[in-house]
Design a protein around this ligand. Structure first.
Ligand code: NAD
Length: 496
């Protein structure tokens, strides 16, 4: 199978894109000759075929990454040089933002403006943040002994890192992984999702153009159970950084432990609650929560998928949320005005519809939505949906739907609200809407989540740590914590 294909991209005409494996700065075919197919989520029609990386390809990529780590990267280049290369990569992404945004939109179904402004924009910001941070994390000097004896610590890159990412924010997840790993001095073997491999591959050409040495970023499109598993089990990979579902995170942890006890960081699912108190500004809360659940059509690990509303404002809040659901700009991904595109796949669409159906069976009522978008044609849209009269025993309240469905119910007291919020295996994010600062502070401390938003939702910044409590993950991405996750600390005891 050729390593490139030509596709028609709205506003850009014919564009030649990579579809092969990127190993040692070269485009190659899979050694097995196998391929896999992707589908355009807006039409349900075939999109592109990609090379499927085999176990032998994983070996070749790991060898190349190990060699780069020992010779041209890691401690062989200064942190300033690594930062400069990341900065150059950010420049190139900025240069190609419109085209890469259009490719992301085509592969993932998200609106083209959102892909360009949010997905590409945040990816540039993340690369720039880590370009700047590369030379700013230091060790310590400790003086616990006599004066001629002291200890210093050095931060060293962990080594070769396997990185496995999902389909909901393909480019952004790529930047969240590659930025801190390269800044820290690690080399990477990246596996994008089999549903959305395109932009991770396009970034390989930019990395080469930026001057990042061969082997620093190897990229292997492929399926989870084969390519992903081979990466997780590889004896010469030192760490796995994974974003995706809890079930896969668990499998990867086992594979990593059984092979060579590689280090693992996991960013997993969520079922994030919003608590809206009587004192809140109802219209403002409804706007933030609507954005929290319907951004990216609900395919968001920190989606505001549960809302608990104090009884005094419940009816008013539900009416305000309903009006925002009905105002979502549902449309074709290529339309600049679209903010609500199709779900990624037929499987995902059916899974979401099944959750809505199970909610109805268990007694929930539908305030709005609940169906396929009538203009879907072959695409995978599900309408923005509000389920009311839900309770904690329901499947749609406990499990991550990963679609545009928010479940709602009422509470009376703050204690009850905290109990409802924490009644889940997840702990990724939560929001509190209240104009009582003491209440906000109490709740921020007592809710089990890695991120708490007060009177807002969904705000992220490359400098702010992100990650989960409970089953939502292990470790943190972004900020200094995100880069430290790619380093190990060595204590050196001096005796002068
Ligand atoms: P997924 O777990 O099915 O797949 C994620 C990645 O893992 C893909 O690249 C897939 O090919 C790979 N994979 C699958 N099986 C594997 C295996 N046995 N070994 C190694 N790799 C394997 O998840 P998804 O459906 O792509 O993404 C949706 C999930 O990701 C949701 O649960 C969502 O909450 C979560 N997510 C979390 C965050 C976060 O930062 N916490 C961000 C985005 C998505």
């Amino acid at each position: 199978m050729p390593t490139h294909a030509t596709i028609e991209v709205p506003s850009f005409g014919e564009v030649k894109v990579p579809t092969g494996l990127f190993i040692n700065n070269e485009w190659v075919e899979s050694q097995s000759g196998e391929t896999f197919s992707t589908v355009n989520p807006a039409t349900g029609k075939p999109f592109l075929d990609f090379a499927h990386a085999s176990k032998e390809d994983v070996d070749a990529a790991v060898k190349s990454s190990r060699k780069a780590f020992k010779t041209t990267w890691g401690d062989n280049v200064t942190a300033v040089e690594r930062g400069a290369l990341l900065d150059k990569l950010a420049d190139l992404l900025e240069r190609d933002a419109a085209k890469i945004g259009a490719l992301e939109s085509l592969n993932s179904g998200k609106g083209v403006r959102i892909a360009r402004e949010f997905d590409v924009g945040d990816s540039i910001a993340t690369l720039r943040y880590y370009a700047g941070l590369a030379d700013k994390l230091h060790g310590q000097t400790l003086n616990h002994y006599a004066k001629e004896k002291f200890v210093y610590t050095i931060h060293q890159p962990i080594g070769v890192c396997g990185q496995i990412i999902p389909w909901n924010y393909p480019l952004q997840m790529w930047a969240w992984k590659v930025g801190p790993a390269l800044a820290a001095g690690c080399t990477v073997v990246m596996k994008p999702s089999e549903l959305t491999p395109l932009t991770a591959l396009v970034m390989c050409d930019l990395a080469k153009e930026a001057g990042i040495p061969a082997g620093v970023i190897n990229t292997l499109p492929g399926l989870g159970a084969t390519t992903g598993d081979a990466i997780s089990r590889h004896p010469d990979i030192d760490k796995i950084a994974f974003t995706g579902s809890v079930a896969t995170g668990r499998r990867i942890s086992v594979a990593a432990a059984e092979s060579n006890l590689k280090k693992v960081t996991l960013e997993l699912g969520g079922k994030s609650p919003s608590l809206v108190f009587d004192s809140a500004d109802v219209e403002e809360a409804a706007s933030w929560i609507a954005m929290g659940i319907w951004f990216n059509s609900g395919q968001d690990c920190c989606a505001s998928s549960r809302v608990y509303v104090q009884e005094g404002i419940y009816d008013k809040f539900i009416a305000a949320l309903k009006s925002r659901a009905e105002a979502c700009k549902i449309g074709q991904p290529s339309d600049e005005a679209t903010s609500f595109g199709p779900l990624i796949s037929e499987t995902q669409r059916d899974k979401v519809l099944n959750y809505i159906e199970s909610g109805k069976q268990e007694g929930a009522s539908i305030i709005t939505g609940g169906r396929k978008w009538p203009e879907s044609n072959g695409g995978y849209w599900v309408e923005p949906t509000i389920l009311a009269d839900t309770h904690i025993g329901m499947k749609c309240v406990q499990e991550e739907i990963f679609g545009p469905v928010i479940v709602t119910s009422k509470f009376k007291t703050e204690e009850e609200a905290v109990e409802l919020a924490n009644n889940t295996i997840y702990g990724l994010a939560a929001s509190i809407f209240s104009n009582d600062a003491r209440q906000q502070t109490r709740l921020a401390a007592s809710i089990d989540a890695g991120t708490i938003w007060l009177n807002q939702y969904g705000i992220l910044h490359p400098g702010v740590p992100f990650g989960g409590f409970k089953h939502s993950g292990i470790g943190r991405e972004l900020g200094t914590y995100g880069m430290e996750a790619y380093q190990q600390v060595k204590a050196v005891h001096q005796n002068l």
